[in-house]
Design a protein around this ligand. Structure first.
Ligand SMILES: Nc1ncnc2c1ncn2[C@@H]1O[C@H](COP(=O)(O)OP(=O)(O)OP(=O)(O)O)[C@@H](O)[C@H]1O
Ligand SMILES: [Mg+2]
Length: 344
């Protein structure tokens, strides 16, 4: 009874805790926070740490910090690399959402990377509880992505979603409100950026950082040949001379750099397609494949995948927001979606 009264005053939250970006959605109000999952920590001379910045501001500091400041991405490759900082980040975002609207013991549903261990899930739940949540539910990312992409997950029909995030690519087949088949691989935005770093180093003897690689990917990256290839200038350090220099780089170069990563994603997709039960295979042929996550924005990736697997491929509306939206919908339907949102 007391909890029910509390519920009347609380604005529940849905959180997409991504390895690259964290989004917070307030029930009835939509997405109120959308920031990089980065925390800048400052260390004093006693080794004590305190948060200097979180999100956008902290991301600007990556790779540029002096000795006593560290910009950390606490979640990497779809796992929690730093528990303490992850907890601080979760608390920070929940409190930020709280302060704005004056919350009171909300229910919180958190979408976590699919491959998290039981210990990692527990840590995420504890962090949210410590930040004042009344109940914490977790939801699997492929399910949240499918719901957010508007797929009819509750129907007795198969739907296939591929969520290409920062740390992981998650492939899920849904039917009757559950995941029938799924696979998670660590080829996604971050490893694609790394492939660009490696390519530029190998082919141009130029050392660039992850952030520059990400910018190249977004600015001129493409999965397919373009009618007019794109060109940009990139600055870095010459590996041999050690001097600072700049080179011209084209979309064809980036395509060559990311080819193996894209093929890795397609291979995983083919593995899942092979395992789909025959009853659902026909639905997939008819409904096609939906792409979500930031990686869905790589130019021509839909056509690239479609040409190989010979199925229609669609990009979800606002692919970077799909998981958060789906988590928000699950929050609205917590009682209905008990199969997908679970307490553990
Ligand atoms: N226009 C774009 N073109 C290509 N890649 C993009 C674009 N915009 C964002 N990205 C990439 O998308 C990735 C982030 O996507 P997203 O926010 O879906 O990941 P995440 O949910 O934080 O990660 P995960 O789901 O793996 O935990 C980053 O690697 C980013 O570089
Ligand atoms: Mg994600």
């Amino acid at each position: 009874m007391f909890k029910r009264v509390l519920g009347m005053f609380s604005n529940d939250l849905a959180i997409d805790l991504g390895t690259a970006n964290t989004l917070v959605l307030v029930k009835g109000q939509g997405i109120c926070i959308n920031e990089p999952s980065v925390v800048a920590m400052q260390y004093d001379k006693h080794g004590q740490q305190r948060i200097l910045a979180v999100g956008q501001e902290a991301k600007k500091m990556v790779g540029k910090t002096p000795g006593n400041i560290k910009a950390i991405r606490p979640m990497k490759d779809g796992v929690i690399a730093d528990f303490e900082v992850t907890e601080m980040m979760i608390r920070y975002f929940i409190e930020k959402a709280h302060k704005r609207k004056g919350f009171f013991s909300p229910r919180i549903i958190i979408c976590v990377p699919y491959g998290l261990t039981q210990v990692e899930r527990r840590a995420v739940k504890d962090s949210a509880e410590n930040a004042g949540a009344r109940y914490v539910y977790l939801i699997e990312e492929p399910m949240a992505a499918a719901i957010g992409a508007g797929l009819p997950v509750k129907d007795p029909n198969g739907n296939l979603v591929v969520d290409i995030g920062g740390g992981t690519t998650e492939i899920g087949v849904t039917s009757l409100g559950g995941l029938v088949q799924s696979k998670s691989i660590r080829i996604a935005g971050d490893s694609i950026d790394q492939a660009i770093v490696d390519y530029v180093k190998k082919n141009f003897n130029l050392l660039i950082g992850d952030r520059i690689a990400e910018e190249l990917k977004i600015e001129i990256g493409t999965a397919i040949p373009l009618e007019e290839e794109l060109v940009t200038t990139v600055r870095g350090r010459d590996q041999i001379e050690g001097s600072l220099t700049s080179i011209e780089i084209t979309s064809e170069h980036i395509r060559a750099a990311i080819q193996d990563s894209l093929d890795g994603i397609v291979n995983a997709l083919e593995d899942v397609l092979e395992l789909i039960p025959p009853e659902l295979a026909g639905d997939i042929v008819e409904n096609g494949i939906v792409l979500t996550g930031g990686g869905a924005l790589i130019r021509g990736l839909d056509k690239y995948i479609s040409d190989i697997v010979k199925l229609p491929v669609y990009i979800a509306e606002d692919p970077l927001l799909a998981v958060a939206k789906g988590t928000g919908i699950a929050l609205d339907e917590l009682d209905v979606l008990q199969q997908t949102a679970y307490e553990d």
